[in-house]
Structures are given as C-alpha cells and as structure tokens.
Design a protein around this ligand. Structure first.
Ligand code: PRT
Ligand code: ZN
Length: 225
C-alpha cells in the first residue's frame, strides 16, 4: 500500500529534464536513494517519494491528482492541457514556479528550398509534429487551414521522407534543423521547465513541506543568476 502522507513528486526518469530536476532536488536538501530500474525512489531525510516516469505522463498524473507535484516542460504541459480540454477531461493544475532549465522553443521549420513569405504559405500544407494541439491552436489564431501530421519521433526527417511539407518541433541550438536541411521560420511557443502542483488542497503536513521547499528553490535559482 502506498503511504499517502508522503509528498509524491513526478520527475522524468531519463531525458533532458532529468538532470535539472534531480540537481534541483539535491540542492534544496532532498536526499534520495535512487535505484536505476525502479519507478519509485524514496527520500531518506524527508517524507517525499519520487515517481520516475516518461515526461509525457507527468501532466496527466498531476491533473488526475495521482501525484502532488511534477517537473515538466511547458510545451508538454500546454499540449496535454489542450488535449484534455478538447476531450472534456480534467486539465487543472497550479504552477508553482518556472525553472531555470529545459528552455526551448516550438517552431515551424521548412525545407531550405521552400519559398517562405508568411504563415499564410501553410494553407493547404501538411506539417509533421508531436504537438498537434499547440500547432492547430496557432493555425486557428492565424486563420490558416493546414493539417497536422502526428509523429512521435524523427519529426525532422518527415519532409525528406515525403510525409509532410514542413515540421513543427522543439528547437534549442538549431543544429538538428540545420543537419536536416530545414530552416526555422516561425516560433509558435516558448517553453521552460516548470514545477506544478495538483489542484485542490493538499493535506496540511504536505502543504507545510511544499511551503518549506519553495523558498529553497527560489534561493537556489537566485544564487545561480
Ligand atoms: O522518454 P521521455 O518521453 O521522457 O523523453 P522525451 O524524449 O519525450 O523528451 P526529451 O528528454 O527529449 O525532452 C524533454 C523536454 O525537454 C521537452 O519536452 C522540452 O520541454 C525540453 N527540451 C529542451 C527539449 C529540447 N530542449 C530539445 N532540444 N526537448 C527536445 N529537444 C529536441 C528536439 O525535439 C529536437 O529533436 O532536440 C532536438 C533539437 O535540438 P537542437 O539543439 O539541435 O536545436
Ligand atoms: Zn516524452
């Protein structure tokens, strides 16, 4: 049986948000005993359990109240929120703080030979992406009639493979786009990692722990500035 008095925090098990989340927890004094293959890690000095999962699962775990807190990229969070709103499922959460890692942008990129003038050029085109809801919202706001082709990986090869006319993917340095003969033409969403909490009240002891940890997070981020 799970101990419901312990604060449950969802973190990405491995990937781009993992190191930043784990380093931050360490810096605020959360000692953890991690065994690589295990889904759950217990803190050895505080009543905290970590759930180590795919980042895609984190927004839903928080929105369903399965965990109390989660470290997640705003891109993934906003996409899940739009998806849940569209399917009439609970999409509520509270943002506790933005974090100083995981920064990137979601951008539309076209093959170098694509003669791009404006967003209207996407009318009638297909765009490969892992973020169809964010992309469709952007096109709707700009009165563009384009179609999103959902791909969970290798988005950047879609135009070359004849699967789509352009792509909409996360960019940080731009090296991936360049290596694939693509050019970034339109940023549609700017993202950073955030710490979120489930909506509704936490039991008093858990809330007191969150209240103790939040100033420590602010302090750690300030010290790095
Ligand atoms: O296995 P799991 O599902 O947990 O991980 P994942 O593979 O879905 O995610 P992961 O670890 O790649 O990314 C997790 C989060 O990190 C994203 O949701 C973003 O919030 C954030 N992030 C920050 C990035 C990037 N920067 C980034 N550059 N996520 C992905 N990328 C990829 C991008 O998709 C492209 O393939 O990196 C490539 C582009 O990088 P540049 O430097 O070549 O521009
Ligand atoms: Zn993922």
């Amino acid at each position: 049986m799970t101990d419901t008095t312990r604060l449950r925090i969802a973190v990405q098990k491995s990937g781009r948000l993992c190191d930043g989340s784990m380093e931050l927890l360490k810096a605020i004094g959360v000692k953890l005993s991690i065994r690589d293959r295990l889904l759950i890690a217990h803190s050895t000095n505080l009543p905290i359990d970590l759930l180590r999962v795919r980042d895609d699962d984190i927004p839903g775990l928080v929105m369903d109240g399965v965990v109390d807190l989660g470290f997640i990229g705003e891109n993934e969070l906003e996409e899940k929120m739009l998806e849940r709103q569209a399917t009439n499922r609970n999409a509520s959460y509270k943002e506790l703080t933005k974090l100083d890692f995981g920064g990137c942008r979601l951008s539309i990129a076209v093959p170098n030979e694509f003669n791009y003038q404006s967003v209207q050029d996407f009318n009638g085109k297909s765009i490969a992406t892992t973020y169809p809801y964010l992309l469709e919202r952007y096109f709707k706001q700009n009165n563009v009639d384009a179609s999103a082709v959902m791909l969970n990986g290798s988005v950047e090869v879609a135009p070359r493979a004849g699967l789509a006319d352009a792509i909409c993917d996360l960019v940080s340095t731009g090296a991936t786009l360049e290596a694939n003969g693509l050019r970034e033409v339109q940023e549609i969403f700017r993202s950073t990692a955030v710490l979120i909490q489930r909506s509704g009240e936490l039991p008093a002891a858990k809330q007191a722990l969150v209240d103790k940890l939040m100033p420590r997070i602010a302090g750690v981020m300030q010290a790095k500035e």
